[in-house]
Design a protein around this ligand. Sequence first.
Ligand code: ADP
Ligand code: GLC
Length: 480
Amino acid sequence: MRILHVAAEIYPLVKTGGLADVVAALPAALAARGLDTRVLVPGMPSVMSGVVDLKRVMRFGPAFGAAVVTLRLGRMPDSGLPVYVIDAPFLYRRDGNPYLGPDGRDWNDNHRRFALLGWVAAHLASGELDRRWQPDVVHSHDWHAGLAPAYIAQSPALNTATVFTIHNLAFRGLFPLDCHTDLGLLISGAMQSGIEFHGQLSFMKAALVHAKRINAVSPSYAREICTSEFGWGLDGLLRDRGDDLSGILNGVDYRVWDPRTDKALTRNYDAENPRGKKVCKLTLQGELGFARSTKIPLLAVVSRLTEQKGLDLVLEALPVLLAAGGQLVVIGSGDADVEAGFRAAAAAHPKSVSVYLGYDDAMSHRITAAADILLVPSRFEPCGLTQLYALRYGTLPLVRRVGGLADTVIDATPATLDDGTANGFVFDQATGCALASRIVDACALFRDSARWRQIQKRGMVQDFSWDDSAARYEALYRRI
Ligand code: ADP
Ligand code: GLC
């Protein structure tokens, strides 16, 4: 079976969040199961320079504003996974964030930039772009690749199976209605109702209408998006498609996230031999200018700083966190007001709060290893990967009971502590108070080092690898 994954990001070449981690790891896990798997991505500068052995497959154009487009095939530098790259300098050779210009606003031709991604996927499916490899399944991810199922549905002769994964329904890929003239879709009748969303175009809706199967990145999120609270206006459509909608939990790529082999760490460690974690913690505390002590609970945030992630709640809970004797290290970037809030907190408490505003892959690994507790107080969370990474690193996640966080973190209660299933802390209300109260509990439990080690160990040996989820995806492909 031949599977084509279509996405805007792929770790380590282009990454703004967990989507990139999934697009690198899931296809590799499917390939390891014997499926003939390739990925299609736009030729952003880091992709053009990072994919190895690039060879030309087909040249065509003009298309979507680009005079010439060259489809190339190469391999990922680490996994060797085959990758098609759309080399369209006019659309993609722009440094920085893949979606935003230097002014922090969406590029004004994003509808063309990502329509081309879906269009190329559909023409790979039809065999017109590469006669030597034609996918049986086109599996696209998030709105950026949302037009792939629509273009495929527009060609009735094509019987390619289409799967669409929702990583984040909040980003619906909205554009003014008149942009449709740039897309080469026949926007009339069923196709019009399949992409029009309250007087705009939505690439996300196009995918939800046209894909043969839809899945969300955790079972809880698959249920939540069918409600008006989490549905972003698409819940009615998702309820209608209920028979075709499933939830498959993301996995962890333990080749990238394993404290035993992680090259970013000061000292490696694992569940059997956890002493290296203390070295990681003491080293980081020293670098941050904090008191160096394994007895002080070190709390961490590794996150985009957006409304979704609920980090304003951490700012609200900060006085309580400090009163409980905790230290806080934050790495992230995003909304200006949240950034400013953390900057001010670090200035006010330089010996217990440290904030790195930016993106740094190695630093995110070091913080995950050094911390005792990882805070993930999200308002909604389709899956969440950082809590899964934290578990393997012996860092207890403290999360809100929502989406994939609810599916993966088992709250430490008297019952779960007794039966040995607890692996972290969970709170319910999206308020600073509720978070603060769980932080106090976690810091108290931290001082019971025997209990703490028991919970830590439980998380470190849990298996969230891709094996199980890749098998579920394979079963889904076989069904359609
Ligand atoms: P989301 O995709 O919603 O941002 P996830 O938890 O699925 O949330 O994935 C976030 C990914 O981005 C993780 O791999 C995390 O380690 C990484 N990450 C988040 N912020 C930063 C940062 N400032 N620097 C480096 N990596 C980061
Ligand atoms: C999205 C979600 C996150 C999920 C990631 C990978 O960015 O916000 O919860 O883990 O995609 O699927």
